[in-house]
Design a protein around this ligand. Sequence first.
Ligand SMILES: C[S@@+](CC[C@H](N)C(=O)[O-])C[C@H]1O[C@@H](n2cnc3c(N)ncnc32)[C@H](O)[C@@H]1O
Length: 240
Amino acid sequence: MPRPESESADAPATFNPRMHQGGKLSFRGRQHDGAEDPGPLLVRGGRNPPPLDELWPRELPRCEIEIGSGKGAFLLAATAVKPDVFLLGIEAAEAYAQVAAAKLHGQGRRNGLLLVDNGKLYLQDRVDPGSLDAVHVYFPDPWPKRRHQGRRFFTDEVPAVLAQALRPGGHLYFASDNAAYCGQVARVMGSAPQFVRDPAEEQRVLALGPGHAFSPTNFERKYLEQGRTIRRYAFARLPA
Ligand SMILES: C[S@@+](CC[C@H](N)C(=O)[O-])C[C@H]1O[C@@H](n2cnc3c(N)ncnc32)[C@H](O)[C@@H]1O
């Protein structure tokens, strides 16, 4: 697959242009401390992350990706309730990815993996079209300052990126406490011709319980304790 133009051969070894492309995402300094053992369940994407095909164990018929999986609460629950699904967590901060991978490893999960990378770039150039049953994005960083809003995951180009990666009938699941960001997601995804909001699916997965979609996450727990309102949306990928 093509490498981004910004990946120059002489870039310093510590600089990851995939993660820091255009200087929009800055996760330098969030290094792991080696305290947790991720076993084989942590993949550092580096300059040339492996395509999904190389990570996905083919005895598992379906694949879902969580972007910004943090410390892995959702992945831990999802790998338990969906044993026939390969769940790939993509987390830009290596320290969090390591904590999440160590949790999965500690519980003996065989259907989950953590990749350190920028999830949007990964969907763009490492996932074959129509590969995914679902993409989960929970409590993405809201970047509240106007000058930082381009760093958000749900920018205007994201529906096309998601539409390419999801199979027809697959879903994007989103949750947040940030009303302004929820409004942006409703506008961006709701106006995309490839997607339709799917309230029946929202009710269905909530009724199924933790690990199917939306819940649990560490930020969800924190914000529920604070009494904040949480909005949860599912958008279905329409047939091409
Ligand atoms: C506010 S935290 C939410 C973590 C988790 N989803 C939860 O609900 O507890 C957002 C996470 O997304 C990660 N992140 C932000 N942008 C990302 C990107 N483009 N690709 C992958 N991870 C990203 C951050 O490092 C952080 O861990």
